[in-house]
Design a protein around this ligand. Structure first.
Ligand code: SF4
Ligand code: SF4
Ligand code: SF4
Length: 184
């Protein structure tokens, strides 16, 4: 049996980029799986369906999720309490799928149809006005997970491209002024 590629493994992952597996995102986890450095039971958003799919691809026995990485559960979305939000914009760069809209000193809101429930916007909020709302009664079937993953992947790639362009443009502006790049 040929070794599974990073691309094949990444295609099976939910693409929320939540980091609950202990890696910086879905692709880094796929890279660790391909290198034999991670186990197949580390992705709570993917749940048992994803563990089973990874096991099949890698020719291993399925196993339960490792509770050390969290539990499988219903899908959630983030909701911002606009009566508390101070418009600091600290949540914006944290969202891997650009599901939060708003500008500095303005109220922010979540585009619920695009939110993956990754929870990455919660820690940066200085006034704790983001909460998670359960939107599905139970765990999601693999077909739904795959459909959502395709959407999240596209938005994450666009988010990454925009962030990379911003860093490059800032470096170019500083270089034009004769100053070295000193940080984000
Ligand atoms: S969705 Fe799964 S593989 Fe992707 S970052 Fe979260 S835990 Fe890791
Ligand atoms: S709004 Fe928050 S929970 Fe939703 S995808 Fe963005 S960072 Fe994740
Ligand atoms: S981090 Fe919190 S307070 Fe700041 S804009 Fe986002 S939701 Fe509003």
């Amino acid at each position: 049996m040929e070794a599974a590629t990073v691309e094949q493994l990444d295609l099976l992952l939910p693409q929320t980029q939540c980091t609950r597996c202990g890696y910086a995102g879905c692709r880094p986890y796929a890279e660790a799986l391909a290198a034999g450095q991670a186990d197949i039971d580390q992705c709570p958003p993917g749940g048992v369906a994803t563990v089973t799919a990874l096991a099949a691809l890698l020719g291993r026995e399925p196993k339960p999720l490792n509770p050390a990485f969290g539990a499988e559960g219903p899908r959630k979305i983030a909701v911002i309490d606009e009566t508390v939000c101070i418009g600091c914009a600290k949540c914006l760069p944290a969202c891997p799928v650009d599901a939060i809209v708003g500008a500095r000193r303005q109220l922010h809101t979540v585009i619920t149809a695009e939110c993956s429930g990754c929870e990455l916007c919660l820690p940066p909020c200085p006034v704790d006005c983001i909460t998670l709302l359960v939107t599905t009664p139970a765990t999601l079937p693999l077909a739904t997970l795959r459909a959502l993953a395709g959407r999240y992947r596209s938005r994450f790639l666009a988010h990454t491209a925009r962030a990379t362009a911003r860093v490059r443009q800032r470096a170019e502006r500083l270089a034009a002024r004769g100053r070295p790049e000193t940080g984000p």
